[in-house]
Each structure stands twice: as structure tokens, then as C-alpha cells.
Design a protein around this ligand. Structure first.
Ligand code: C2E
Ligand code: MG
Ligand code: MG
Ligand code: MG
Length: 268
């Protein structure tokens, strides 16, 4: 009987895997259509200058307005898109939609768009970015990109050369989720980035956890000595903000300032 129970558990496990595989394939198919069906949408969240309280830019964050499931957050579909080529199309869509917002809506600060590490393997990336910038007549400095350290794992040299091409197009670069991945000071020195975004996981317990506090202070000092701006992600309350101000962290983002909101919230 024990043997049989073991077997049936394996069968159940198999079925769960199979169901998951089927649902991934369905999501992949649906994502392909989501662009044409205009189901994707960008929400904007302000990045704020901590000393003046002024918004310096907005991060564009993708949501999927699914006909049955409602508003789906990116963590539930970006990883699936990254496991197939759909991420390339999603990436282009986000870049073009940012460009359209900049052209059509009266938003007075730059928009910053997230780039998947997978997009670095796309040989058409830079050409497509350049033609979008031209098509939408995007002024230099009005669009920024956010990349993560994992963009550099496969091939540092080619990733750096792509970064330099972005810079030449007038697109400035933020290093996102900093502190969670593989970071070397040599890379930081060579990367044509202007901002470091400290991952939310370090900010969360900054009041009570001395280790996190020290890490954040270390990142702020490191960034400043390299001439980079620092953004603290995930600021949720006044106490965290006060700590970060004392640490001379210059920029912040988080629910304390605002959750990501639809573009319509920011225009008259
Ligand atoms: P990210 O680029 O690190 O974006 C910041 C995430 O933190 C966003 O989650 C934002 O809503 C959330 N956040 C901001 N402030 C707070 C806070 O105070 N508390 C908490 N708990 N969370 C806060 P979101 O919008 O769910 O996006 C998750 C991730 O999905 C992003 O992380 C980014 O890696 C990815 N993503 C979003 N849009 C795109 C896109 O257009 N392309 C690509 N490739 N990835 C995207
Ligand atoms: Mg980001
Ligand atoms: Mg981040
Ligand atoms: Mg993230």
C-alpha cells in the first residue's frame, strides 16, 4: 500500500507539473495577442528628490489588463515572457508606449522604462530603439532605461557596448535592484550608468536592522564616490525617509510618495 501511495504521489506531482506547463503555454499565447488587443498598460510611479520633494522622473511599470483575470502584475507574466521570445515584443511595446506618452501627454519629467536582461541578446535592439526615438521625435534625456546586474552575466563586453550605444542616443541608465545580484566595483566604474537603485529589500527593515542600515550607507557612499545618484526603492513611511535623508541618499521611490498609477492620473 505504501508503495502504491508513493506512486500515486508521483502521478499527482507529474500532473501538477503538466498543468503548470500547459498554463505557461496558454499565457505565452495570450501574451502574444495581448499587444494587438491593447491589453498592456504602463503605470507610472514618481522618483522623488529627497531634499526638495520634487519628482525628477517616473518609472514606467507594465500591467496586463487581462479580459478575465483583471489587472495582472508584471511578476506574474514577465518571467514567463522571458522564457520565450515574447519578451522582445513586450520590451518594444513598453519602449514605444513610453515614447508615445512623451510625445502625446504633457509630462514634464523623463520616463524610465525597464529592460529585461534577455533583450540584450536581441541583435535588433539598438536599431529599433533608434528608429523609435526618431519616429516619435524624442528629445535627448526624456527617456531613461533601468537594467539589472544580471544583464552583464553572459557577456560583460557586449552588454557594456550596448549600454554605451544607449548613452550615445541620449538615454541615461539606472542600475536597478542594486545589491541583490552580482555586483563588482569594476563593473560600476565601467558602466555608463548615472543612477543606482538600492533594492527594496534593504530599505524594508532599515529602521530596525543595523546590517541593512550599514549596507545602505555603504552603497550611498560608494555611489557618491563614483559620481552616481542613488535611488532608495520601496520607501513606505516617514521614518525610513528620515533615515535615508540623514544618510544623504538623494532620491527615493515608494508607496510613501505614491503607488504606481495610470498615466491619466498625471495629466490634466
Ligand atoms: P522594479 O523595476 O524593481 O520596479 C519596482 C517595483 O517595486 C514595482 O513593482 C513597484 O510597484 C514596486 N514598489 C514601488 N514602491 C514600493 C513600495 O513602497 N513597497 C512595495 N512593496 N513595492 C513597491 P511592479 O510594478 O509589480 O513590478 C515588478 C517588476 O516587474 C519590476 O521591478 C520590473 O523588474 C518588472 N517590470 C515591470 N515593468 C516592466 C517592463 O515594462 N519590462 C520589464 N522587462 N520588466 C518590467
Ligand atoms: Mg525598475
Ligand atoms: Mg527595482
Ligand atoms: Mg525588481
Amino acid at each position: 500500500a505504501a508503495k502504491n501511495a508513493g506512486k500515486s504521489q508521483i502521478v499527482v506531482y507529474d500532473m501538477a507539473l503538466q498543468e503548470e506547463a500547459v498554463s505557461r503555454i496558454n499565457i505565452q499565447k495570450e501574451l502574444q495577442q495581448a499587444i494587438n488587443n491593447q491589453e498592456l498598460v504602463l503605470y507610472l510611479q514618481p522618483i522623488v528628490d529627497i531634499s526638495s520633494g520634487l519628482t525628477v522622473s517616473y518609472e514606467a511599470l507594465m500591467r496586463w489588463n487581462h479580459p478575465e483575470k483583471g489587472l495582472v502584475p508584471p511578476d506574474l507574466f514577465i518571467p514567463i515572457a522571458e522564457s520565450c521570445n515574447v519578451i522582445f515584443e513586450l520590451g518594444y511595446w513598453a519602449f514605444e508606449e513610453c515614447s508615445r506618452i512623451i510625445r502625446d501627454e504633457n509630462i514634464d519629467v523623463p520616463l524610465s522604462v525597464n529592460l529585461s536582461p534577455k533583450q540584450f541578446r536581441d541583435p535588433n535592439l539598438i536599431d529599433r530603439v533608434k528608429s523609435t526615438l526618431t519616429q516619435y521625435r524624442i528629445p535627448e534625456g526624456s527617456i531613461e532605461i533601468e537594467i539589472t546586474e544580471s544583464s552583464f552575466i553572459e557577456d560583460i563586453e557586449s552588454a557594456l557596448s550596448i549600454m554605451n550605444e544607449f548613452k550615445e542616443c541620449g538615454i541615461s541608465i539606472s542600475l536597478d535592484d542594486f545589491g541583490t545580484g552580482y555586483s563588482s566595483l569594476t563593473l560600476l566604474q565601467r558602466l555608463p550608468a548615472v543612477k543606482l537603485k538600492i533594492d527594496r529589500s534593504f530599505i524594508q527593515d532599515i529602521i530596525t536592522n543595523d546590517r541593512d542600515k550599514n549596507i545602505v550607507q555603504g552603497i550611498v557612499w560608494t555611489a557618491q564616490s563614483l559620481g552616481l545618484s542613488v535611488v532608495a526603492e520601496g520607501i513606505e513611511n516617514q521614518e525610513q525617509l528620515s533615515f535615508l535623508r540623514e544618510m544623504k541618499c538623494n532620491l527615493g521611490q515608494g508607496y510613501f510618495f505614491s503607488k504606481p498609477l495610470p498615466v491619466s492620473h498625471y495629466i490634466n
